[in-house]
Design a protein around this ligand. Structure first.
Ligand code: TPP
Ligand code: SF4
Ligand code: MG
Length: 307
């Protein structure tokens, strides 16, 4: 059969094609997840010049290297604080974090809770492949109970995070979950998340046949896709607390949370910048500090036990 070489790809404008082929394994869900994100970007009409992707470390984190926009492949678990800082300094930018379940909920777990609590206006695409894929398939805080991983050879004895419930309780404005089988719905959901004011997160259940699937009866991509198809249940406005995932049991996909707009972290920062004290000159602020120094010194002595 003749092989036709396509001259152009519809997403060329968003891809660093010179970096391809990518490093992801055959059957990995990351290509579908990245494609859904880029098509969503195209549909909402975000200018790539005003759009930034931040990733942590892991197979998912490699996405930052393939997109034709400002992108940052940050240290492990630090994609969220990096994105928060970026958004605080340049609130006009559209900031998306594209990273793995281990990166976001294990080493970076504390950061994501506080970004949701602060309602930072960023979008997080959390790739849930149940493991630390890049490093060989170790147990993650998302690994379903009883699953076999390299660090749980007798089956996982821990309860995984319910990402939807966790994020909703922490204060996220928009929370959704889809699998890579639900590509169209996933893309629409990412579009909503991108345009939502406030902290939005879309959990993307994505197969890792190489390190998770082959140890858990999902050796091939078709097995994973059939699993998602068989066990996922699409629900309208499900309760986030019902978002628990157990192996061999039905799990919910859909929009868990789409809260009315609340002031974002950046709105509050802007308000703060306009406060009278911060509008004063540096000289005025120095005078104020010198005047109050005596009280501060007394306070330091009390704390230090001298008074
Ligand atoms: C500080 C630090 N600790 C550990 C590692 C090793 N490491 C690299 S990727 C990774 C896990 C990635 O898992 P996940 O975020 O789920 O991404 P995936 O590969 O599954 O897409 C770990 C532990 C590291 N790079 N830096
Ligand atoms: S190890 Fe898993 S997550 Fe990483 S590229 Fe391969 S299939 Fe994808
Ligand atoms: Mg992972």
């Amino acid at each position: 059969m003749p092989i036709h070489k396509a001259e152009h790809h519809p997403l060329d404008a968003y891809l660093r094609t010179e970096r391809l082929p990518h490093v992801w394994c055959p059957g990995c869900g990351l290509g579908i997840a990245l494609g859904a994100y880029l098509r969503a970007l195209q549909n909402v009409g975000f200018d790539p010049q005003e759009t930034v992707m931040v990733s942590g470390i892991g197979c998912s984190g490699r996405a930052a290297g393939y997109v034709k926009m400002d992108s940052f492949h940050t240290t492990h678990g630090r994609a969220i604080p990096f994105a928060v800082g970026l958004k605080a300094a340049r609130p006009e930018l559209n900031v998306t974090v594209f990273s793995g379940d281990g990166d976001l909920f294990s080493i970076g777990g504390n950061h994501i809770l506080h970004a949701a609590r602060r309602n930072v206006n960023i979008t997080v695409l959390a790739i849930n492949n149940y493991v630390y894929g890049m490093t060989g398939g170790q147990l993650a805080p998302t690994t379903p109970e009883s699953s076999i991983t390299t660090t749980s050879p007798y089956g996982n004895i821990e309860s995984p995070f319910n990402i939807a419930g966790l994020m909703a309780v922490a204060g996220a404005s928009y929370v959704a979950r889809w699998t890579t089988v639900h590509e169209r719905r996933l893309q629409k959901s990412i579009e909503k998340a991108l345009t939502k004011r406030g902290f939005s997160i879309v959990e993307i259940m994505s197969p890792c046949p190489t390190t998770f699937g082959r140890r858990n009866n999902m050796r091939g991509i078709v097995d994973s896709m059939m699993y998602y198809k068989k066990y996922s249940v699409i629900k309208e406005h499900p309760n986030p607390l019902d978002g628990v995932i157990k192996p061999g049991e039905k799990f919910i996909v859909g929009e868990f949370m789409d809260a009315p707009d609340e002031p974002t972290f950046e709105d509050k920062l802007e308000e703060l910048k306009n406060k009278e004290f911060l509008k004063t000159s540096q000289a005025d602020r120095t005078t104020w500090i010198l005047e109050h120094r005596r009280h501060l010194e007394t306070l330091a002595k009390i704390i230090g036990g001298e008074q």
